[in-house]
Design a protein around this ligand. Sequence first.
Ligand SMILES: *[C@@H]1O[C@H](CO)[C@@H](O)[C@H](O)[C@H]1NC(C)=O
Ligand SMILES: [Zn+2]
Length: 316
Amino acid sequence: MAATTARPSVVPKKDLESFQEHLNKSTRILALLGAGLSASSGLPTFRGAGGLWRTHDATSLATPEAFGRDPGLVWQFYSYRRHMALGVKPNPAHYALAELARKKNFLTLSQNVDGLSPRARHPADKLKLLHGSLFDVKCSDFFCDYLEKNNYTDPIVPTLAIPTDESDPTTNSALAARELDISDENVAIPELDYDHLPKCPKCKRGLLRPGVVWFNERLPSDVLEDVDTWMDEDDIDLIMVIGTSAKVYPAAGYVDIARRKGARVAVINMDKGDAPASGLYSRDWFFEGDAAQIVPELLKSVIGETNTEELSDAAQ
Ligand SMILES: *[C@@H]1O[C@H](CO)[C@@H](O)[C@H](O)[C@H]1NC(C)=O
Ligand SMILES: [Zn+2]
């Protein structure tokens, strides 16, 4: 997986020192997390080239219209993504950020839906999931407000178990490899109707749906309000932009607002080309490499060593 096979990421000593000097005296800190942080845990993303699930373009399944048309198909896609996410672990950066949230006035905005920050026990009130979570389920009925957070049951209902090729007498590891092939066209997708899909325990009528923000949907207003309230409270000393290019709104906007409120920007990214839209200023930092290695190193002056062997995974 990416985190173990990547070459070691070396943080230049001078940059580390100037960052930590600033971090230590920072009182209000913001972080923006994106897919690159999940990639450090070995989780593939469904965006960009190869964003296929079997024969389907992943983006075409992530809409309320697709769910209305064929909820069985959409649920199988999300059940698969839940399964994939549960197959990887939070990495040292997730744990380090969770620890920083216990030590400082530190708010994290995440664009990731994979549940890895909640599983690293990031304090829930300091973690704002802009795009929701694969592990939140809510009622799809407009008039029902049922919402369950952090449901890690896999599969969520038995009918959503991932089909495997039973005619293939090979070992479990071969089956696992087969499941990992996101563009596999050879496994038939069963047709699942209302009776086979998870139903709302509150209204007993609506289908449950994944608690993620789909295309054509608004970001959750309560989350946005919490973020705005925190941003408005006072100046901001530092914003860390981790595993995201922050080129898309609202993420890009948060970098700009933080800057206007005095924040210095630290970007942690595999790709040197992935600076925020507004560019980098002379007092900013760019740390190139694997977030799972770099983030714990950067935060060490406040949180100490991150020993993930001793830390627990809320999904287990
Ligand atoms: C998760 O949701 C499913 C479907 O509603 C439910 O059957 C299951 O008990 C839930 N899991 C937990 C741990 O609450
Ligand atoms: Zn309901």
